[in-house]
Structures are given as structure tokens and as C-alpha cells.
Design a protein around this ligand. Sequence first.
Ligand SMILES: Cc1cc2nc3c(=O)[nH]c(=O)nc-3n(C[C@H](O)[C@H](O)[C@H](O)COP(=O)(O)OP(=O)(O)OC[C@H]3O[C@@H](n4cnc5c(N)ncnc54)[C@H](O)[C@@H]3O)c2cc1C
Length: 381
Amino acid sequence: MNVQNKKIAIIGGGPGGLTLARLLQQGGCNIKVYERDLDKNARVQGGNLDLHEESGLAALKKADLLDAFYANYLPDAGKLRLMDSDGKIYLDDHTETHIAEHRPEIDRGPLRKILLESLKDNTVVWDSHFVSMHKEKDGWELLFKNGTQCYADIVIGADGANSKIRPYLSDGKAIYSGVTIIEGNIDDASQNVPYIFKLLKGGKIFAFGNGQSIILSTKGDGSVAFYTGEVVDENWVRDSNIDFKNLTEVKQWFNIHFSEWNAVYHELFETDKVSIVPRPLYHYEASQQWQTQDNFTIIGDAAHVMPPYAGEGVNMAMLDALELSEAMLNGKNLKLAFENFERKMLERASAITALTMMNTVQLHKQNGLQFMLDMFNDFSK
Ligand SMILES: Cc1cc2nc3c(=O)[nH]c(=O)nc-3n(C[C@H](O)[C@H](O)[C@H](O)COP(=O)(O)OP(=O)(O)OC[C@H]3O[C@@H](n4cnc5c(N)ncnc54)[C@H](O)[C@@H]3O)c2cc1C
């Protein structure tokens, strides 16, 4: 099999898609990444990510990007304070280490920049919002929202949760996890949420109580990212009639829903410098399968989105990229390479989805804090 003489299209320039692009380019492949963001300056929101030795870091190592990673990582960002809804600290990495070692953290923006800079010029075609595709010759004709079209011999979908390309491979529908998060980002946090900023001490806070959660992290650009989590109906975002663009309404919701929580946490919604995105969290059936195709597969969240309560999503996306690139570059037959890759990916995702869903459910029960404490105590044994 010679994939080097094929036109390969990757849909989505997140960590999964860009890592795959880099690894395949190293193998001499002809790659385009079609990304819906308008340009490389689009701001990547969300908390920072801890990369794991056997997955995210292994992919960066293979991509020769470990030095760039360590030049940009945040040494203190992994330091955790585990707290309750009253503001009491139960475990504190600033005084002793509890979390598993060697899980260095990086902001999403710098990670994307490192990957982008590793690619050949014009690899990423910005403003390419994938809409549909149909079979053409031995490959696929892709159509984008801005009206452009292009042909590719091989297509890899890496367009994340709510993937538009996944339905061409699988009709397995995403299942609501029971938990919806309200994600927030506060710029210039030392000014806008000074108490929380001090409490974070450059690291992160996991707080649990009243069947709810708040996860906070300090980012390298001086902002703080956070998400609240609680058990609500799947359509709560729509049915609550809250306008999540209206901060007064969002604050009212927090004051009522998180009324049991200490004033410390209410600082998050007292600033008008917070941007908010509500997200119901989904996952796929742990036993999901599909029929392998000749010249099309999917990776990362497009294949196996899951809630963030095991911290594995980005690591899985990057490990998928590593394994898929090896399968494509070394396999004798593309369909067989995809079949072996997909089997391994789905087995892994099945185990991690089960673990993630256990955490998601347990952490949003009344004794969620104790569940987390027990988990850290098990780690440190
Ligand atoms: C609140 C929150 C916290 C998280 N925390 C962690 C954590 O601590 N650790 C961890 O490992 N994981 C975490 N995750 C999960 C992690 O963010 C994802 O698993 C990871 O980003 C998946 O990478 P990906 O490349 O598959 O998809 P994405 O990162 O979603 O990238 C998809 C890319 O495709 C583009 N795109 C989307 N649709 C289209 C389209 N139609 N056409 C073209 N381009 C498109 C998007 O703009 C994006 O650039 C968290 C997720 C959330 C929501």
C-alpha cells in the first residue's frame, strides 16, 4: 500500500487532526487539513490539558515535538486543590503531591500553535466548514459551507463532538450522560476574580458538594477557565429559558442552583468579564461498532466523545492519531489497516468511556467529594 501518492483530507484541526497531519507528513504523505475556524488566530477556549506519557506525550514524541511542548508547558498548572462546596481544602498539591506524576499541562492555544507550526505551509485550509461528501472516482468529493469543494482519495474525520462526518461511517447516536456543564472563561483573572485567582495559586481546583461540581484551572495567558457540572435533563439548556449570553440571567441561575455553595465560588459570576458556553455532555455506547470502509475513518471525539471526568479525551485523540498514522504508513492494505486501527481504538474507548461514566455519575452524587478523595488515596497507595 502506498499512501504517499494519495490525496489525504483531514476534517478538523483540533489536537487529533493536527497530530495526525504532522505524523503523516513526516511519513511523506500529501495532507490537507480542512478546519472551520476562520484563521489560525481563532481563540481556542477551554481549560488546559494534561498530557499522559503513554498517549498524548507518546504522540508528541513520535512527532519530534517534545522539546516544543516542554518549552510551552505550565509546570504549576497541574497542582490540584480538592475542595468542598463550603470552600474547605481536603487535598493540596501545593503542600504535598497527590496526583499521578508526570502529567504535564499545557494550554490548548499553545498546543495548537506547536502542532500548526510543525506542518508544511498551507497544510491547513481555514474557513472550511465541512458540510457533506459523496463518493467520486475511488475517493470522496467534499463540500464546505463557503461553497468550495475538493476531492480526496482518503478522508479522516477529526471534527470533534457533534461531528458532521461521523454519520457517513456510523449511525450510533450520542447518549446524554445526565450531566450538563456551564463552561466559563475569565480574562485577566487576577483583576476580575482576585480571590479565586489567589486560591488557584497557578494550579487547579476540583470542588464537589450538593451533587454538583466546579472544576477550575489557571491558564498561561492569565485567564481562568472553569466548568460547573450538575445533573439536569438533556434539554435543560433549551427548556430552562435561560439566555446564556445574558450574564444577569446566568448569575441568577447560579445563585439559585448553587445557593448551597460558599460565597468564594460566587465570585465567578460577579464579573462581567466571563464568557459562557453551556454544554450537555454526551458519550457513545461503550460497545459501539461500525463497518470499516476502504478510504474513510474517524478519530478523537468524533469517534468516542465522552465527558471530561477522567481527563482522557485529548490523550485518546492524540493516541488515535499516533496509531492511525502507523497503521497507514506501515500497513499493506488500507482497509485492513483501518480495520485493525478501529478495533483497537474502539476497545480502548470502550474501557475509558466506562471509567469516565462511572466518575461522571459518582462525582455528581451527594458524596462525590468522598469518591474523589478515595480515588486519590488509591493513587497514592
Ligand atoms: C470542558 C471540557 C474540559 C475538558 N478537559 C479535558 C482534560 O482535562 N483532559 C483531556 O484529555 N480532555 C479534556 N476534554 C476533552 C478534550 O477537549 C477533547 O477530547 C479533545 O479536544 C478532542 O480532540 P479532537 O481533535 O478529537 O476534537 P476537537 O478538539 O473538538 O477538535 C475538532 C476540530 O474540528 C473543527 N471542526 C468542528 N466541526 C467542523 C466541521 N464541520 N468542519 C471543519 N472543522 C470542524 C473544530 O473547530 C476543531 O478545531 C475536555 C472537554 C471539555 C468540553
